[in-house]
Design a protein around this ligand. Structure first.
Ligand SMILES: NC(=O)c1ccc[n+]([C@@H]2O[C@H](COP(=O)([O-])OP(=O)(O)OC[C@H]3O[C@@H](n4cnc5c(N)ncnc54)[C@H](O)[C@@H]3O)[C@@H](O)[C@H]2O)c1
Length: 347
């Protein structure tokens, strides 16, 4: 299959690109190369005859039309987005522009291309979204695909809007879409402004390990390579117009997660004295910080037979190994704008 992946120089998109090429798909990676992008993420496939890169912005219709016309993809996997909740609190405009207007522009470009190609039923537009659109859970319950939308941050509101646009383009124009909403990803190539890399890199640098609020917020952690596998399965086997929740079946509070990371680091790279957990520091909470996300994985398990393959302990150990071995990847990214600073406390 020839797949146009948007956001393929980002964290999850690059995992999709690497896996899709490894499975023999032809991949066109379309990315605007924002602060969050890193072409090193796809260096392992850059010379493959199955790989092409197009620098383009999903808000730029003319560029999108050119990419569709020259590559003639069989499917689109749409991951390009502004993705960091803290940045969305300080500057929501970029999130509305890319996540809402950009998704609209991409949908229109995909619709024209699909209509001009004779509306092939086999075409797919796969929209990748987040469980954050469902809002915040109490101690019990899980998000299903029919949980009402209740986004609470500028980021999740912009993603919710994009999900609605994709549904509308399916129902109104018949565009063949599939959708997924996943939980928090982690793993290799995770940009060093997100919780897990921040903890690993601050620990190694002897800096405080910042935990928002009291650390009781719960997330369901999904290893990025498991996620990429689920995404390709949904693309190939998902029912038209249907959405699938993808979770890691690994719920942990932020404090539990950070303590586990510290224990792994204590074993792999022991400090001269004491534990990395001694560096844990509680900081002012994120405004509107959702208490708990949890995914009910029944639909994707029963209909497509998919389950995550790694536990969070295995995935975190692999992730720590990767960061220890890839200093050359993460060090330059720490110099990018805003990285290493506390963002999203202005509200
Ligand atoms: N990371 C997570 O835990 C998580 C969880 C659920 C859903 N998601 C969703 O998965 C997708 C990928 O997330 P990620 O963590 O890999 O994000 P990321 O921030 O690491 O990567 C986003 C990529 O999109 C590109 N991009 C941004 N704006 C663009 C534009 N206007 N035009 C073209 N390219 C643009 C960036 O250059 C970057 O390469 C997003 O849609 C996000 O909402 C992420």
């Amino acid at each position: 299959m020839k797949i146009l992946v948007t956001g393929g120089a980002g964290f999850i998109g690059s995992a999709v690109v690497r896996l899709a090429v490894a499975r023999g798909h032809y991949v066109v990676n379309l990315d605007a190369l924002t602060y969050a992008a890193c072409l090193e993420n796809v260096a392992s496939v850059a010379d493959s005859p199955l790989y092409a890169f197009a620098q383009a912005d999903i808000r730029d219709r003319a560029s999108l039309d050119r990419v569709f016309a020259s590559h003639q993809p069989d499917a689109v996997m749409h991951l390009a987005a502004e993705s960091h909740v803290d940045r969305s609190i300080d500057g929501p405009g970029d999130f509305i522009s890319t996540n809402v207007t950009g998704t609209y522009t991409l949908l229109e470009a995909a619709r024209s291309y699909w209509q001009d190609s004779g509306r092939p039923e086999s075409f797919r537009f796969h929209h990748i979204s987040t469980d954050e659109v469902f809002g915040s859970l109490g101690p019990e319950g899980q998000f299903t695909e029919t949980t009402p939308y209740d986004p609470r941050s500028p980021y999740s509101a912009s993603k919710a809007a994009s999900d609605h646009l994709v549904q509308a383009w399916h129902h109104t124009y018949g565009l063949p879409v599939v959708m997924t909403n996943c939980s928090n990803n982690y793993g290799p190539f995770h940009f060093p402004e997100k919780l897990i890399p921040v903890i690993i890199l601050n620990a190694l640098a002897g800096k405080p390990l910042p935990i928002y609020g009291d650390g009781s917020n719960v997330r369901d952690w999904l290893y990025v390579e498991d996620h990429a596998d689920a995404l390709l399965l949904v693309l190939e086997k998902g029912a038209l117009g249907r959405s699938y929740n993808i979770g890691g079946e690994n719920e942990r509070s932020n404090l539990e997660l950070v303590r586990t990371l510290c224990a792994i680091l204590d074993e792999k790279q022991p400090k001269a004295s004491g534990s990395y957990a001694d560096q844990i520091t509680f900081v002012t909470d994120r405004p509107g910080h959702d208490a708990r996300y949890a995914i009910d994985p029944a639909r994707i398990r029963q209909e497509l037979g998919w389950r995550p393959s790694v536990t969070v302990e295995e995935g975190l150990a692999r992730t720590v190994d990767w960061y220890l071995a890839n200093t050359d990847w993460w060090r330059p990214l720490q110099a990018r704008q805003g990285v290493g600073q506390r963002l999203g406390v202005k509200a």
